[in-house]
Design a protein around this ligand. Structure first.
Ligand code: CP3
Length: 356
């Protein structure tokens, strides 16, 4: 066994992303760190704002490792947020208790200046440095078999927050801009493509071992929009990252893409694709997993159901994907009302599952 193979056998997530089928199915959960954990809520009290927490390397590292200690997941996901990027670019971003993210919106009349890119790494104490410092601390405390995953939002998804000024129901502002003035929208997206690539490269340099691109709002685009604003920009991000790190595993997560997942995996060189709970397991096993390792897709709501239902749904998911390259995950993040004991049960159910 050469060094790389040894490393892979010790890290089941990396093995799965290489197309292998580890003995026991690897598992991590989106939003595995966060408000459902009492130890997170305890640390959360130490900082007035959520962004402050994201920019405190020691605390962000500690929060990243909390669910690893408690549940022994196969991957740690960096504790941060997709909205540190607009913040680091100079847009005003804040999180309101009970509301979610708020931003002073950019618009076609007041677009993002490409010079904003200079803000990312403008002096010795640039904001994103704290994120990269957190990564270095995490790597020191990471258990041997555990993979550290970095992330960014897909350019389209980050753009929705930047233009809508927060979470949106109808996404009318961004869709209006994209269809009425595609030329200026394209320029705006180009800045985000650049910023996203730089931030992923910064994370990899600091020590993350795989990255995930969260395109949480790819589901609001029609086929043409999906090609233009999800596939094309993500292709550019992947190419830039690969230019610097040819081997780094990339997981794409175009949430809500449905059958457009086919176009996504055929055009993007990703090592894994995240599936949301709306995709049929049978369809995805036949059409997606045949081409690329998959990750997902239990509906997080079952962590709030009775234990028999959770168990049945978990086994159903595992039996569709288990025999082929696969990482168990939810279809979206852990809901904050989830009981940590239920997560413990889920991890055990996945660990005990025998692939035949
Ligand atoms: O454990 C992990 O998954 C790592 C950390 C992580 C967070 N956000 C922490 C967080 C990750 C990977 C994200 C990604 C993220 N952030 C996405 C993509 C995934 C998805 O959920 O679709 C999006 C869209 C965001 C933007 C965002 N951040 C929203 C809409 C919200 C408010 C809604 C909510 O769930 O509270 C956040 C806040 C946020 N990000 C929290 C955490 C732990 C809650 C902050 C708090 O403590 O109050």
């Amino acid at each position: 066994m050469d060094e790389t193979q040894k490393l892979l056998s010790r890290k089941p997530i990396l093995a799965a992303l290489q197309g292998k089928v580890p003995k026991s199915i690897p598992i991590w959960l989106m939003r595995q760190a966060g408000r459902y954990l009492p130890e997170y809520r305890e640390i959360r009290k130490q900082r007035r704002s959520f962004l402050d927490l994201c920019y405190s390397p020691e605390l962000a590292a500690e929060i990243t490792l909390q669910p690893i200690r408690r549940f022994g997941f196969d991957a740690a996901i960096l504790f941060s947020d997709i909205l540190v990027l607009p913040d680091a670019l100079g847009q005003k971003v804040w999180f309101e208790e009970g509301v979610g993210p708020r931003l002073i919106p950019v618009s076609p009349r007041d677009p993002l200046n490409p010079a904003a890119l200079d803000n990312l790494y403008d002096n010795e104490n640039y904001k994103l440095k704290t994120v990269y410092d957190a990564i270095r601390i995490i790597r020191e405390g990471l258990p041997a078999g555990c993979t550290l995953i970095g992330f960014a939002g897909g350019p389209w998804t980050v753009a929705t927050y930047m233009i809508e000024g927060g979470t949106s129901r109808s996404f009318e502002k961004i869709r209006h801009w994209a269809v009425t003035d595609p030329t200026s929208f394209e320029k705006f997206m180009a800045v985000l493509v650049e910023a996203t690539s730089l931030h992923l490269i910064g994370q990899i340099e600091a020590g993350v071992e795989a990255v995930q691109i969260f395109d949480s709002h790819s589901g609001i685009l029609d086929e043409e929009g999906f090609e233009k604003w999800i596939v094309e920009p993500t292709k550019k991000v992947v190419a830039q990252v690969r230019n610097h790190f040819s081997q780094i595993p990339i997981i794409g997560f175009p949430r809500g893409a449905g059958t457009k997942l086919l176009s996504y995996i055929n055009q993007l060189e990703v090592q894994g694709v995240g599936l949301d709970q709306y995709v049929s397991c049978k369809w995805a096993a036949e059409n997606i997993q045949r081409v690329v390792p998959v990750q997902g897709n239990l509906d997080p709501i079952y962590l709030l159901s009775d234990i028999e239902t959770l168990y049945r749904k978990t086994l159903d998911t595992l039996s569709h994907f288990g025999g082929n390259p696969y990482i168990f995950n939810l279809g979206h993040g852990v809901i904050k009302e989830t009981d940590p004991k239920t997560v413990e049960f889920l991890v055990k159910a996945v660990r005990d599952f025998e692939v035949n």
